[in-house]
Design a protein around this ligand. Structure first.
Ligand SMILES: [Zn+2]
Ligand SMILES: [Zn+2]
Length: 96
């Protein structure tokens, strides 16, 4: 089962479980569509694989199988623009 991670691992923007902008690789490295397209050119910086749109878990299933609230943030500074990556916010996502 997918964790449904709450944020982009590169730029740390929030990616709610129903976000159409979330992209994941086969290991569920999770990024926003902007990072995937503008920074990684569609190639996962962790595993070298490609990305797919993260499937939306229906609300009923989400209640039984909640999305992860644990932020994953790796920065990926080798890929990111030097000033673009904020420090990891360890606060809960904005929609909880
Ligand atoms: Zn991002
Ligand atoms: Zn990957």
């Amino acid at each position: 089962m997918l964790e449904l991670r709450p944020n982009c691992e590169c730029c740390d923007r929030d990616l709610p479980p129903d976000s159409p902008d979330a992209r994941i690789c086969t290991f569920e490295s999770t990024f926003c569509i902007e990072c995937v397209e503008t920074r990684f050119s569609g190639v996962c910086p962790d595993c070298g694989g490609d990305f797919s749109a993260r499937p939306i878990r229906p609300a009923g299933s989400l209640r039984r199988f909640p999305a992860s609230l644990r932020r994953v943030y790796k920065g990926h500074r080798a890929y990111a623009a030097p000033t673009a990556a904020p420090d990891a916010r360890q606060s809960p996502p904005s929609w909880v």
